[in-house]
Design a protein around this ligand. Sequence first.
Ligand code: GLN
Length: 571
Amino acid sequence: MDLLRSVKDQTDETEFHTPLPDGYRMGSTRYVAVFGTVMSGLGKGIFSSSLAKLIKDKGISVSPIKLEGYLNIDSGTLNPFRHGEVFVLDDGTETDMDLGTYERMLDQDLTAANFTTSGQIYSAVLSRERAGGYLGRDVQMVPHVTGEVKYRLRKLAAQSQADVVFVEVGGTVGDIENAFYIEALQELSYEEGEGSVLFVALTYVLSPPALGEQKSKAAQLGIRRLMSYGIHPQIIACRCESPVTEKVRQKIALYSNVPMRRVFSMHDLPSIYLLPQEMREAGLDSEVVQLLNLGSKANSAVDSRAAIAWSRFASKIGAHSREVTVGMTGKYTSLRDSYASILKALEHAGVANDAKVNVKWIETTDINAGNVAAALADVDAIIVPGGFGARGTAGKIECIRYARENKLPYLGICFGFQMAVIEYARNVCGLSGANTTEIDPDCKTPVVDILPEQKKIEGLGGNMRLGGQDVEIRPGTVAAKLYGAASIRQRFRHRFEVDPAHVVTLEKAGLIFSGKHPVHPIMQILELPPAVHPYFVAAQFHPELTSRPLRPQPMFVGLIKAAVEYHAAKG
Ligand code: GLN
């Protein structure tokens, strides 16, 4: 249906190509498009999500979308080393880590419609061409590829019924990959009419240490480059290490023809969660409301309630009375972005416990029985996060053994859950050949395995089990206490799982599977009873993906609470 939809819109008489989704009314949705200039990694997602949050706070509904330049269809195959963590949505979509930033800032679940890649766009256009959807026309970047981009933005608007769609263009203005996105947004602005589309540019103000002053030339040129696409930004956010000086803001304002009140200094802050307040104080939210004529939709009572709740949270950042250190083991420890959601979940849980959480990175390829105690001597808790493949697993298992035997608070996530099962099987149940078939396909006791009957049940073949699933919680357990619910919904991304044939052996030896799939024999949470260990909890799912600033994830809150107690007991 979707493939052939353009037929009715396509004639020889017009150069316009504006396929509209069902139910879409032109000019009824507002759009905010955010571009990055000078360089990537400026925090477009952080800026855009903070601005969207401020608009949502006013009772105006928002929906964000990230337009990725790369040709991959999704982020599932991207190496977290290169691209940061793979963020999994409830519907199972594997996306860029920025979607996590949006979900956290907006406290809103997103779907596949909130994310697209060049790969998806091109593949839709090419499939439609093969299906005869362009009626003999030569298929071009403009208007057909740009038409597909506009179609997706409008489809999101129609589906989500959002008042404002926030569009983040990946990469940097001037990249070959994202040029058609920029052109599409320029066309969208033309078609939707004045006052419907607001353009925001992020730029970078250099401050070379040797000069000791801020330099705006790169920023100016970056904005000029955006203008050469026919886009005049109405708001400019200037990234810089320190607050951007009045003089530099003046230069940028004059050069870009943007009033000073809309040239915002986006300098480094101790936490991204302090940014919404800075933007509110600078009046950026009211500028957006005014520019997009949203005044009649804004509710000031709702807004001030949201502002108070947020500032209560933000005021606790950095105002802690105690500190703990959490050891993070893993393969990608050299790149913090690969664990972005875990770091955020720790920050939320720290605020909830009135504690600053420091992270110590532990490269487990170097850990063995001889040095594990020294490596973990200065941590108050440990996390073994998700992972794939054999590298560093022996060290991870040593860390888990140490945590279990020494009552060091432990949280295992996905692979860390599976490693905890293997450690328990080997060292408590005496099954020395216990392993996962992911690491050793021929191991003697595959306590973690891909199970044929479960493959059938899940209907996923050799693929990953992805996205939100229900978890039934056993009453009277640590998990039940943490969640205060009999059933929760959590997000998964795994292929292997605990073989149910070994569950009785493990449970007899004291391990408790306190969370299971409601129908199938899939183990989803494990724990040790409080009488044996103060906090030994692991999940087959990824609790970090659903932690939100004002609704911290219980497993992390529990870990930090236990870490605080462990730290105090150490003296
Ligand atoms: N490699 C494991 C599996 O596929 C764990 C995956 C993960 O940690 N995300 O089941």
